[in-house]
Design a protein. Structure first.
Length: 314
C-alpha cells in the first residue's frame, strides 16, 4: 500500500488530535446504525464518520444475495484525517478503522517490508536446512548399506536408529512426517536385510510404535524372507509383551498364525489372552476360538499348510 508523504514531522498534538487508543470492537455510533472496530476515541470516530459519510463508495458498500448470485461492494480506502490517515475497510453497517499519523504509517510500512524480507530469509534458511538434512540422511543410508554388505549388522542397526531419531526430533514438521513414513514403510523393509528379527523388534520398541506395526513387520518378513515359525512367533511375542491388555492385537496375531498354518502358535496366543482376561469381538471370545483350534489340531495336527490367500479369494 503506497501512502502520500507526510505533511510534516515533529508535529504537536492539538486539542482535536485523535489519540492512539487500544483497539476496540463493535463500537456503536450514536444516531447511526453503524458499528466499528477501531482505535479511535468516540469523539474522533464521530468526526471521521462525518468525513466519509458523503463518500458515494461508503454509502454504496454492501453485500447482496440474489438467488445463487452474491455481490460485494467493499469500502477500502485510506482517508486523510487529522495529522495522518485512517484506513477504513468494511461494508454494510460494520467497518474497521485504523488511525495512524503519517509518520506512524511510514514506520508501519517499513516494518512490513522488514518482516517480508525476514520471512524470505527464513524461508531460504529453511530450504537450506532441509537440503542439509536430506544430504545427511542419504549419507547415513549409504553407510547402512555398506555395513550390511560388510556383515556389520551391529553398526547397521545403529545407523538405522540414528536415521529414525534424526527425523523424529527435527524441528521441521515435514521432516517429522518423513519419520512416520520411514518407520512405517522404509525401516520395515530395511529390517529384512538383517539375518534375525532382533533389530526390528528393538527398533519398534525404541520408537514406541503401535501394535499393528509389529503385525506389519511379521507379515512383511513372511513375504520377503520366508522365516521360520519361531521367528514369526517371536515378533508376536514381543508385541504381546508390550501390549498385554490389547485384545485386538491377540485376535489379529492368532488369525495371522492360522494363516501361516501354525495352529499351535495361534492356540498359545489364545491361552495368553485368556490368562490376561481379554475378550475379542466374537460371541464366544478367545475361549471359543481356542476350543475350535484345539479340535482342529486333534484332527489335522499342530501345523498345516499355510493359507493361499489369493487362491481363497478366487
Amino acid at each position: 500500500m503506497l501512502l502520500p508523504m507526510p505533511v510534516r514531522y515533529g508535529w504537536q498534538r492539538t486539542q482535536n488530535q485523535p489519540s492512539s487508543m487500544d483497539w476496540r470492537k463493535n463500537v456503536p455510533l450514536a444516531g447511526t446504525a453503524y458499528t466499528w472496530d477501531t482505535n479511535l476515541s468516540d469523539e474522533a470516530l464521530l468526526e471521521f464518520y462525518e468525513v466519509v459519510r458523503d463518500d458515494p463508495e461508503f454509502a454504496q458498500s454492501h453485500l447482496s444475495v440474489q438467488g445463487l448470485s452474491i455481490s460485494l461492494a467493499l469500502f477500502d480506502k485510506m482517508v486523510a484525517f487529522h495529522e495522518g490517515y485512517a484506513w477504513c475497510v468494511g461494508f454494510g453497517t460494520h467497518f474497521f478503522v485504523t488511525y495512524r499519523t503519517a509518520l506512524g504509517w511510514e514506520l508501519w510500512e517499513a516494518r512490513k517490508q522488514e518482516l517480508a524480507e525476514l520471512k524470505q530469509e527464513q524461508d531460504e534458511q529453511r530450504r537450506i536446512e532441509l537440503l542439509l538434512f536430506r544430504t545427511e540422511d542419504e549419507f547415513r543410508a549409504g553407510q547402512f548399506h555398506e555395513a550390511i554388505a560388510a556383515g556389520d549388522f551391529t553398526r547397521a542397526e545403529s545407523i538405522l536408529a540414528d536415521r529414525g531419531l534424526a527425523r523424529q526430533t527435527c524441528e521441521f514438521k515435514e521432516v517429522r512426517d518423513w519419520f512416520f513414513q520411514f518407520v512405517t514403510e522404509s525401516a520395515i523393509r530395511l529390517f529384512h536385510s538383517f539375518p534375525d528379527i532382533g533389530p526390528g523388534i528393538r527398533f519398534l520398541a525404541r520408537f514406541e510404535r503401535p501394535y499393528w506395526e509389529y503385525l506389519r513387520f511379521a507379515e512383511s518378513r513372511r513375504f520377503w524372507k520366508k522365516p521360520s515359525l519361531p521367528e514369526l512367533r517371536g515378533i508376536l511375542d514381543a508385541a504381546s509383551t508390550r501390549f498385554p491388555d490389547n485384545p485386538f492385537l491377540f485376535k489379529e496375531a492368532a488369525l495371522f498364525l492360522v494363516r501361516q498354518g501354525d495352529l499351535e502358535g495361534a492356540a498359545m496366543i489364545c491361552r495368553t489372552a485368556i490368562a490376561h482376561g481379554l475378550r475379542d469381538t466374537t460371541k464366544s471370545g478367545f475361549i471359543g476360538r481356542l476350543q475350535r483350534l484345539e479340535k482342529r489340531i486333534k484332527r489335522e495336527g499342530s501345523q498345516v499348510s499355510p493359507l493361499d490367500i489369493a487362491k481363497d479369494a478366487m
